[in-house]
Design a protein around this ligand. Sequence first.
Ligand code: MG
Length: 301
Amino acid sequence: MHFVTMKIQGEERIGLTDEAQNYVLDLHKAQKELGNGTVLPSTLLEGIEQGESFIESMAKLRDHVFMQRDSESYFYPMGEIHLLAPIPRPRKNIFCVGKNYRDHVLEMGSEGDIPEHIMIFTKSPTSVIGPGASIESHENLTDQLDYEGELAIVIGKSGKGISIEDAMDHVFGYTIVNDITARDMQKRHKQFFLGKSLDGSCPMGPTIVHKSFMEDPQSLIVETKVNGEVRQRESTGLMIFSIPEIIATISKGMTLEPGDIIATGTPAGVGKGFEPPRFLKKGDVVEVSVEKIGTLKNVVV
Ligand code: MG
């Protein structure tokens, strides 16, 4: 199942897209008009908190829609709807893994910077924007705005001290995050938070793909294009620390909760990695694609 969050008539609604992402099924409209005994959570985040029962009831509702003679009225063309980030306002900061692809570590420094232990920082929830929303250039604060295309994990089941073996049981699904970074602020303030948390610096989406539709999250191609030019293209199989290792490490002494989002790190090809660097500027179109999840497209303004 491919979930989206959309805005229709000023209201946040949960939708389901088909694999090709041509259409979106309006689950709220279907529930309201067809009933089917389904209780629909008001947000995708609430649905994720309900766990497996949410997936089961949404599958039932979807099948019920397909049985209707006028089922088309519950679908919208994907291009015509206003998509929001799947979780427009996470309850906590977004967890981010730094330096998780060898070639990216090398483009930013040297062999000696390859981490021995997982490096974690966070982005503020207010930095989240949806597909198609504008990335603010924040010209008064930075002239080194950079992109980082990443696969992100969405946690589905609460846990602390999660073992590597059990880690995947705690995953709800996967989305895309563009970890927009003000490199000069990162350097100036000697830490990551300010330069990683500017408003609009966490484009997310377009979908959350439920884990049952993701055979192997460690063999997906992450690709970032700027104005149509491929800048990053790498398999998630090349992560230094795998998804189970990331979940196990974060949860060692900290509870992970449903709806928590973990961006898994970016491959080589960020703007700072070029000589001379190629930072983002107004008007740039940034597209991050991950197989099955879709393409997250945003314009810098
Ligand atoms: Mg990153």
